[in-house]
Design a protein around this ligand. Structure first.
Ligand code: HPA
Length: 234
């Protein structure tokens, strides 16, 4: 196959290591500000994807869209058509532990969740979706070397951003879940299924318990920290 349904790149245009922000404009921003010789390989649905080099190593960055439905489409096509081997989500989450400050970087060890796609696939059973250990270890070591504080732990991926139950996250908080986002569980599950490596590097954009939310300055600093860790994995 020359290209896939949702990506117009040709086979060979996309690097084996690929960063996946939800927002395609983040992919564009990183390509323009962090990569050398970046070339845009996808504009279908404005879900921009770029390949360039970082410290001499070839790397791609591709918007995944929001949610597990959209993420699953890109992950499947990136692996099955374009041969991507290391898939690293870079995104934000809402913290559900009171002590977690906005701007905190989280390296997700595992993703619990409510993905309908996952439950249907596993006939109603729960699959414990985990990060690839070698990528996790490398990201942790990079953060230590760059003097960036990270927390390693479990997160929750949900299909529903809006919910009217105020106690929704209490049980998950008690079970040590650090934060909530909408993509990682399906990324980890599909990567395992297809025999490739996945990791999720997140920054806390808001705290659901305390109501705190990131200032523009917090957002920028934590975004830079997250990108420096993720790009170093190329
Ligand atoms: N819920 C789901 N996803 C998120 C949130 C949230 O509160 N914050 C950032 N991503």
């Amino acid at each position: 196959m020359e290209s896939s349904i949702h990506i117009e790149a040709k086979v060979g245009d996309i690097a084996e290591t690929i960063l996946l922000p939800g927002d395609p404009l983040r992919a564009k921003y990183v390509a323009e500000n962090f990569l050398e010789d970046a070339v845009c390989y996808n504009k279908v649905r404005n879900m921009f994807g770029y390949t360039g080099t970082y410290k001499g190593k070839r790397v791609s960055i591709q918007g995944s869209g929001m949610g597990m439905g959209s993420t699953a489409i890109y992950v499947n096509e990136l692996v099955e058509t374009y041969g991507c081997k290391n898939l690293i989500r870079v995104g934000t989450c809402g913290a559900i532990q009171e002590q977690l400050n906005v701007g905190q970087v989280i390296l997700a060890m595992s993703a619990s969740g409510d993905s309908g796609a996952n439950m249907a696939y596993f006939n109603g059973f729960q699959y414990a979706a985990t990060a690839d250990f070698s990528l996790l270890q490398k990201a942790y070591q990079t953060a230590q070397r760059l003097d960036i504080n990270t927390i390693q732990g479990s997160i929750f991926s949900t299909d529903t951003f809006y919910d009217d139950n105020p106690t929704r996250w209490d049980k998950w908080e008690r079970h040590g879940i650090l934060g909530v986002e909408m993509e990682t569980q399906i990324l980890f599950t599909i990567a395992k299924r297809l025999g490739v490596k996945a990791l999720s590097v997140l920054t806390v954009s808001d705290n659901i318990k305390t109501g705190a939310s990131a200032s523009a300055k917090d957002r920028e600093q934590s975004f830079m920290d997250m990108m420096r860790i993720a790009l170093d994995l190329a």
